[in-house]
Design a protein around this ligand. Structure first.
Ligand SMILES: [Zn+2]
Length: 638
């Protein structure tokens, strides 16, 4: 267990503070069709067709309306759906009823359940889960429980499995604006298996280890999709006595610990801010919103001036005894002001300006006095300015800011947040209520017979640990290299190339696994480092067209778009192979220049000489060959 490894990564003890994280993994399946229609699973770059829809939750449909649903509805957005008949049909457009679920997808989900020791249900019932953000054209997502219970082994521990579910993926977001959103229908309906785990208590790194183990288990079936965006994690994070925050859409496994760390610090920061408020003797937050457009008319704040010049309005939210609290940073980058700005941004404004940053924003002391007077509060009051061109939007955001501030004493609020690419979390909406599942009347229940389960048990995959061990033995790879290979998207390609090429498997593995990682760290667009490019570079090295040391230069040139393909890169980089004669000449020159060194050091001069020759040969010739010829030449020259 890695629970101890980590005291330093959080400024408080995560076990003592009961940091709890529940993990929900969504993994796309590699089926030939979508879940409820015969469309193939392809990403469409061109989306020539489109339609518009505005989703309205109605009282009759919902019974008790979900607060999250109302929140989305209030935003008054219009959704535009773009599609291509190659990847979507009338089912995705919600013009035709769904077909019975893909057998292939059901079987993969049952197989996953069996691997996790989860009890498969006798009858699968497809349900409708309300989604009101527009990511599904029908306003709900179809989902079906396949199995309950089970356990996932993680580094000598085990985490209990709650449910294994099969469900349809949502549309792909193309553009997210304040008034409208654009979606692509190619991803809508792609089958996902969702695995919900019991929460774990402890350090962020352990949560990441759990996710990693689950990802590897899923991939052991050989029936799940690979590549970016094919796996997404949701995290339910809470601290002792606090509400649960749902963090959606962590796309990379190696971001999980970072996201958990940020969210834990954010929650602990909010608790500390609440404590500070109570220390000030405030038990109930007193605040009010007033129109401040006239007070700010002559302001020299550049941001506000720009808004006012376009006919915009300013609302001032004044909060008694809050001076200094918005900018207070209990932990790095954790501030109440940031929380308020996120609410504004989610609702179509650029942000807010709070009194702890007035000077920086060009708001004068006279203006703050006038703003406080507007509310009738003294100089201990904190102020938040909400400004925008659309008065109704400003009014909505000001009301949400007032609501948020009144709840500051509660510490952490239950809400849904999104994981960002740099490992933080960003406010999305209030947490949805529980009452939002309805039976899907268009699809009859599906019986899972004992016979079906038995036939699937004959397809049980080899556990991933055994696969990794087998890689290590079969291809003479270190355990770490074997695991990296198993984790990489190129493991299948590796197997093919290792069977076909004369190159050492370890050389192929390092080209397929390490080079893409190094290039992506250099910021090179990995969309051009395709399996095909990797395969042709490996073959070219195999044929001796250039040295393996130059493989990264070739792929970098292709990744940057400087070369079309391997042949083009060879000529652009001047890598065309070197004749033995030319190499001998280089070696002869190096030996001559270093006569004194060779006399002094004898064979120990080898590494210096080798370095010089390799520099001159610049990837045009294999290192092993250079080494062989150099040793030979050194012996002969003696
Ligand atoms: Zn379809």
């Amino acid at each position: 267990m890695e629970r101890q490894a980590d005291g330093a990564t959080l400024p408080f003890d995560p076990v003592a503070c009961q940091l709890r994280v529940g993990l929900e993994i969504h993994q796309q399946l590699a089926t030939s069709t979508k879940l409820f229609c015969p469309c193939p699973i392809v990403k469409s770059d061109e989306l020539p067709l489109s339609f518009e829809r505005r989703l309205r939750p109605t009282q009759s449909e919902l019974g008790q309306i979900d607060p999250a649903a109302i929140f989305e509805f209030n935003k008054g957005r219009v959704n535009l759906y773009k599609w291509n008949p190659e990847s979507a049909c009338l089912v995705e457009a919600d013009e035709e009823p769904p077909r019975p679920p893909s057998k292939e997808a059901m079987e993969t989900a049952i197989l996953v359940a069996e691997v996790l020791g989860s009890a498969v249900v006798d009858e699968v019932h497809v349900m409708r889960k309300l989604v009101i953000d527009g990511s599904n054209t029908s306003g709900f997502q179809r989902t079906a429980i396949i199995a309950l219970g089970g356990a996932l082994p993680v580094d000598g521990t085990a985490v209990a499995v709650q449910t294994v579910t099969v469900e349809e993926d949502s549309s792909r977001v193309l553009k997210e604006g304040a008034q409208a959103r654009e979606y692509a229908l190619d991803r809508l309906g792609v089958p996902l298996v969702e695995i919900a785990l019991d929460h774990v208590v402890g350090v962020p790194e352990y949560v990441e280890a759990v996710a990693l183990s689950l990802g590897r288990t899923l991939r052991s079936t050989g029936r799940v999709a690979r590549g970016q965006g094919t796996i997404r994690q949701d995290l339910n994070v809470s601290l002792l006595g606090g509400q649960v925050v749902e963090v959606k859409g962590v796309q990379k496994l190696n971001l999980i610990a970072k996201v958990v760390r940020y969210e834990a610090m954010r929650q602990m920061g909010l608790v500390k801010i609440a404590e500070e408020i109570k220390k000030r003797g405030v038990s109930e937050v007193e605040c009010k919103a007033e129109d401040a457009t006239r007070v700010m008319k002559g302001t020299s704040s550049p941001v506000l001036r720009r808004i006012l010049q376009k006919g915009g309005v300013v609302t001032c939210v004044a909060v008694a005894d809050f001076a200094g609290l918005f900018g207070l940073e209990p932990f790095p980058a954790i501030r109440l002001g940031k929380e308020l700005a996120e609410i504004a941004r989610t609702n179509g404004l650029g942000g807010v300006i709070h009194s702890d940053e007035f000077a920086k924003q060009g708001i004068s002391e006279e203006e703050s006095v006038a703003l406080r007077a507007l509310a009738g509060y003294d100089s201990d009051a904190g102020l938040v300015l909400v400004a925008g061109e659309a008065p109704e939007r400003v009014e909505t955001v000001a009301a949400l800011v007032v609501d948020r501030l009144r709840k500051t004493t509660l510490g952490v609020l239950g809400e849904t947040r999104a994981a960002t690419e740099d490992g933080e979390t960003r406010y999305q909406r209030p947490r949805p209520g529980a009452a939002r599942m309805y039976p899907e009347t268009d699809i009859p229940e599906i019986a899972v017979t004992e016979e079906w389960k038995r036939s699937l048990r004959t397809m049980m995959p080899v556990p991933w640990k055994e696969k990794v061990a087998a890689y290590s033995v079969r291809y003479k790879l270190s355990e770490e290299a074997a695991l990296q290979l198993y984790d990489s998207d190129n493991s299948k390609l590796f197997e093919d190339l290792a069977a076909k090429l004369k190159l050492e498997p370890s050389v192929i593995a390092s080209m397929l696994v390490e080079i893409p990682v190094r290039l992506s760290r250099e910021g090179i667009d990995d969309s051009k480092i395709t399996p095909r490019a990797l395969a042709s570079v490996s073959s070219a090295v195999d044929e001796g067209k250039f040295a393996k040391e130059a493989a990264i230069d070739v792929l970098r040139s292709i990744g940057r778009g400087e070369s079309r393909d391997v042949e083009d890169a060879i000529s652009k980089l001047g890598l065309s192979g070197m004749s033995d004669e030319e190499l001998s000449k280089i070696i002869g020159g190096v030996l001559k220049r270093n006569e004194a060194l060779i006399r002094e050091k004898g064979d120990r001069a080898f590494s210096v000489l080798m370095g010089e020759v390799m520099k001159l040969a610049r990837g045009r010739v294999d290192g092993q060959k250079v080494s062989r010829l150099l040793k030979q030449a050194m012996e002969e020259s003696r």
